[in-house]
Design a protein around this ligand. Structure first.
Ligand code: AMP
Length: 170
């Protein structure tokens, strides 16, 4: 199955100049959802992943489904102020201004083998902040997996030293 054929490109969303890769058109297709999770999970089968982290919000859909496939637990990383218990925060730079992500302080056990999953690797700021949170909590980051990598934005440069995998590249 050609996954790229099912991804909708929406120009100028959420703001002018951004080409948005809309995966809802892929995920609503029963074969599309299965093929997506097959291909995201496959490199990590039998690798001893104990927990998958999904980044809000499309990372929740993919991350939780990959976790179930791998027999791992699922841990959310959320936008500030959404998690109910004591949380750790990491800020990161955007094109204009800053944003932040949070994780529950007790979400990860020291040495636990972690996989981070998100839909799109763009500039890499979001993923680098998530990786920073995992490390601050003592997790062993096995790698980061994305459905889509926008190679021209070179997000991998913010993740040097990490194992980065993407199913589709643009
Ligand atoms: P970045 O921090 O620049 O790597 O941005 C990654 C986050 O923004 C991911 O959580 C994506 O869901 C979202 N994102 C960035 N660019 C796009 C895009 N062109 N289409 C869809 N989602 C995007």
């Amino acid at each position: 199955m050609d996954l790229k054929q099912h991804i909708r490109h929406v120009p100028d969303f959420p703001k002018p100049g951004i080409l948005f890769y809309d995966i809802t058109t892929l995920l609503r297709n029963p074969g599309g959802l299965k093929a997506t999770i097959d291909r995201l999970s496959e490199p990590y089968e039998g690798k001893g992943i104990e927990a998958v982290i999904g980044i809000e919000s499309r990372g929740f859909i993919l991350g939780a489904t990959v976790a179930e496939r791998l027999g791992a637990g699922f841990i959310p990383i959320r936008k500030p102020g959404k998690l109910p218990a004591k949380s750790l925060r990491e800020s990161y730079a955007l094109e204009y201004g800053t944003d932040a992500l949070e994780i529950h302080e007790d979400a990860i056990q020291r040495g636990q083998r972690i996989l981070i999953v998100d839909d799109v690797l763009a500039t890499g700021g979001t993923a680098a902040a998530a990786a920073g949170l995992v490390k601050q909590l003592g997790g062993e980051l096995h790698g980061l997996a994305f459905l889509i990598e926008l190679s021209f934005l070179n997000g991998k440069s913010k993740l040097s030293g990490e194992q980065v995998y993407s199913v589709l590249q643009y």
